[in-house]
Design a protein around this ligand. Structure first.
Ligand code: ZN
Length: 503
């Protein structure tokens, strides 16, 4: 049956909306599991999630979709370049072709190993014993290579894994990025470390009040422009952002007794992810264009609101009195001292506690080790030692335990793959500065406005240039359109130099 292009497109759009609806149903189950479900509910929940995952997989790999895409001509060719139709067909094709590559029996083996490994990981962390999880990591590594083997014409075994969340990014494009980051940030970090060595320590009392912290997060998110009519914020065991629909975006911030400031910083980070989701053009709601362009772009927005705004002096000139009200221990510290203290650069063994200067070095280390593992140049048993050697070379510090070293991030142990899940953080670090720089060029008064508690010019620029297009453009296209150039480390280095010279 030959149908005209418009009919084919409408059928494809309709089919793909079903895929997106199933994703949203799964997301609701996950949100409930994270925040509401009684502990014993975990006996039934995996079954429900599996049912949805299967239904979604069947729908996206349905041969009907293949026919709509290509019979009798590639459907994107029927629409103008740059149109929403061509963009949607591109995104649907990508998902269809990737998932039809993967045999069902692999997915079953992958899931089984991922949950067994996640369990072993928890025990390995408790006992600070890498050998408990290393046999699972061997299998994860084999699975990762097998996954890559289902894709033809790839240059590096890690490329298909990276493409899962950052389409268009490859080992070939990341290697020069990471070597430039290291070349420019290692000397900068040691210079700034000396310069901030006399910064006062934050006089936090050990425990804050969880509800008060959550209240502050809601307040800050509200100032940034998060719309509470179209979303909600909760305290949770681990931070997350989740979208059910354009008008229902939720995030969780983590309160940890003994880790003061965590809720606020993680809350501002998730605010960035959530503002992105709320800012996507509502016309894309329910379609595969109604999401961010890539994980790297998403992370750039989280890091922009958490670091450039949330650790910046203009924001604290506005917000510090509110923090002092909930944290009486800050009464004797003025805002300049506070900002200097919270931006002190010191080598930390833990990625999530790293300052803005050394953070990308933590990511470079993970990227290089996972590439070596995938290439077979590093054995799993030698991983902890390789980790510590690199930490000492790049950051001048050696972790005192595996929990503070090779075991600190769940990615390799609990998510089922080695490779592809760390580059987003480095891309995000680089791009947050590049986007902010472009926003400042368009509106130089943004810092003065923020100091007065006014965030709408910044949010407006980001919405127009980054959020509204959703997944319509590739990450590279989006960066080029929004900033006028391709991704570059320059803005990040200049931002860090300026920030620290003014502290
Ligand atoms: Zn994030």
């Amino acid at each position: 049956m030959i149908r005209d292009a418009r009919e084919r497109f409408d059928a494809l759009d309709n089919h793909a909306r079903g895929v997106e609806d199933l994703r949203a149903c799964g997301a609701i189950l996950l949100w409930d599991q994270q925040l509401q479900m009684p502990r014993a509910g975990s006996s039934g929940r995996p079954r429900h999630l599996e049912a949805i995952r299967k239904a979604r997989h069947e729908r996206i790999t349905d041969p009907v979709l293949g026919a709509l895409l290509d019979d009798p001509t590639p459907l994107e060719n029927e629409f103008a370049e740059g149109s929403d139709e061509a963009a949607l067909v591109r995104v649907v094709r990508r998902q269809y072709e990737r998932l039809t590559n993967i045999p069902m029996d692999f997915i079953a083996r992958y899931s089984e190993n991922a949950s067994a490994s996640a369990q072993a990981y928890r025990q390995a962390l408790e006992e600070d014993d890498f050998s408990i999880v290393s046999p699972y990591l061997e299998r994860t590594l084999e699975n990762s290579r097998e996954f890559a083997s289902y894709f033809e014409g790839v240059e590096h075994v890690a490329d298909p894994l990276i493409a899962e969340i950052d389409p268009g990014v490859t080992v070939g494009s990341l290697r020069p990025l990471f070597s430039e980051l290291r070349a420019r940030l290692v000397p900068l970090a040691s210079a700034i470390r000396e310069q901030t060595a006399d910064a006062p320590a934050l006089p936090w009392h050990e425990n804050g009040d969880a509800d008060a912290e959550a209240g502050l997060v809601r307040e800050a998110a509200g100032h940034f422009g998060f719309d509470f009519e179209r979303g909600r914020v909760d305290l949770s065991d681990s931070p997350f952002t989740i979208r059910f629909a354009a008008d229902d975006v939720r995030f969780g911030c983590m309160f940890k007794a003994g880790d003061p400031g965590m809720a606020l910083l993680s809350g501002m980070h998730e605010s960035g992810h959530a503002l992105y989701e709320q800012g996507v053009d509502k016309a894309y709601d329910g379609t595969l264009l109604g999401q961010g362009a890539s994980d790297g772009i998403h992370e750039s927005q989280a890091r922009l609101w958490e670091n450039i705004i949330g650790r910046g002096k203009p924001f604290w000139r506005f917000f510090y009195p509110r923090l002092q009200q909930t944290r009486p221990e800050l009464a004797g510290m003025n805002v300049n001292e506070f900002v200097r203290a919270m931006n002190r650069v010191s080598a930390s063994t833990i990625r999530t506690r790293a300052d803005e200067v050394t953070y990308p070095l933590h990511i470079a280390l993970r990227f290089e080790l996972e590439v070596q593992l995938l290439e077979g140049k590093l054995a799993v048993d030698d991983l902890p030692e390789a980790w510590n050697t690199r930490m000492s070379e790049d950051l001048g510090i050696i972790p005192v335990s595996n929990g503070e070293g090779v075991l600190q991030d769940p990615h390799w142990y609990a998510f089922g793959f080695v490779g592809g899940s760390f580059q987003q953080y480095a891309i995000g670090s680089v791009l947050c500065a590049q986007f902010y720089d472009a926003a400042l060029r368009a509106h130089p008064r943004i810092p003065a406005e923020i100091e007065a508690g006014e965030f709408s010019t910044l949010l407006g620029w980001l919405t127009e240039n980054v959020y509204r297009p959703g997944a319509k453009f590739t990450a590279d296209e989006l960066v080029q359109r929004a900033t006028g150039s391709e991704m570059s480390v320059d803005s990040l280095v200049e931002y860090l130099q300026q920030k620290y010279s003014a502290l």
